[in-house]
Design a protein around this ligand. Structure first.
Ligand code: DER
Length: 226
């Protein structure tokens, strides 16, 4: 199967929800790329007008500009809709995100969206979070070794994300600790515990945020609604 074609199918379904005049959160990653490209295509074709994009990463900002989407920085106004990918999608639409390194700006941006629409291929579906992907945790560079030790106290598995021989650095100038999630855990309790750990900026747990998900499989696109 051609996963790229499936990802694009899911993206088209989400972009079909965008209306003229809307403020749109632009996600990050290889699936969100198709949504940004399609949004640009619709604007160029005159099918949409007055759309303002708010990017969740420098990479998405560059792509949005390249395809002709007018963008603005995030401000306190709500976004009408945001479209983004995910690394894991649980049956209740709780998500793990952040493998693309954009989890902090994504969460800050998407928390202001009236509608968060997730797009993915079927390989992202899990029965419980932690099945297929690590949990990215963004941590300050300052004192990061201490932060990692504090995290390892309750998340023993895991490692600092590398970019070649160097530590990976996010758009915000921080590091990422990719944690192995334990077998069974309460997602909200774990989120609280990680967020309460000194040196942690935020986690890739997106709990109760997504309104729906378009998940493309060889048989077609499933629409999951929370
Ligand atoms: O980093 C992120 O949160 C991305 O959205 C990621 O989770 C999904 O990226 P992909 O569409 O390239 O798999």
């Amino acid at each position: 199967e051609n996963l790229e074609a499936l990802k694009k199918e899911a993206a088209l379904r989400a972009v079909a929800l965008v209306q003229s005049g809307q403020r749109v959160g632009l996600g990050t990653g290889s699936t969100a790329k198709y949504a940004i490209e399609e949004l640009g295509r619709k604007i160029a074709a005159g099918e949409l007008s007055g759309v303002v994009g708010v990017s969740t990463s420098e990479a998405s900002e560059a792509l949005a500009r390249a395809v002709g989407i007018s963008t603005e920085p995030l401000d306190p106004r709500p976004l009408d809709i945001a479209i983004d990918g995910a690394d894991e999608i649980a049956p209740n639409l709780d998500l793990v995100k952040g493998l693309g390194g954009a989890l902090v700006r994504e969460k800050v941006t998407e928390a202001q969206a009236r509608r968060l629409i997730i797009i993915a291929d079927h390989t992202k579906l899990v029965t419980r979070l932690g099945e297929k992907a690590p949990l990215p945790i963004e941590i300050l560079q300052f004192g990061f070794l201490s932060t990692v030790e504090r995290l390892r106290e309750f998340l023993p598995g895991g490692r600092l994300r590398m970019n070649g021989a160097r530590n990976y650095v996010t758009d915000n100038g921080n590091f990422i600790f990719d944690a192995q999630l334990p077998e069974g855990f309460d997602a909200r309790e774990l989120e609280r515990r990680i967020k309460g750990t000194l040196g942690v900026v935020d986690t890739g747990l997106f709990l109760g945020m997504a309104e729906r998900a378009f998940v493309a499989a060889p048989g077609g696109v499933q629409e999951l609604v929370r």
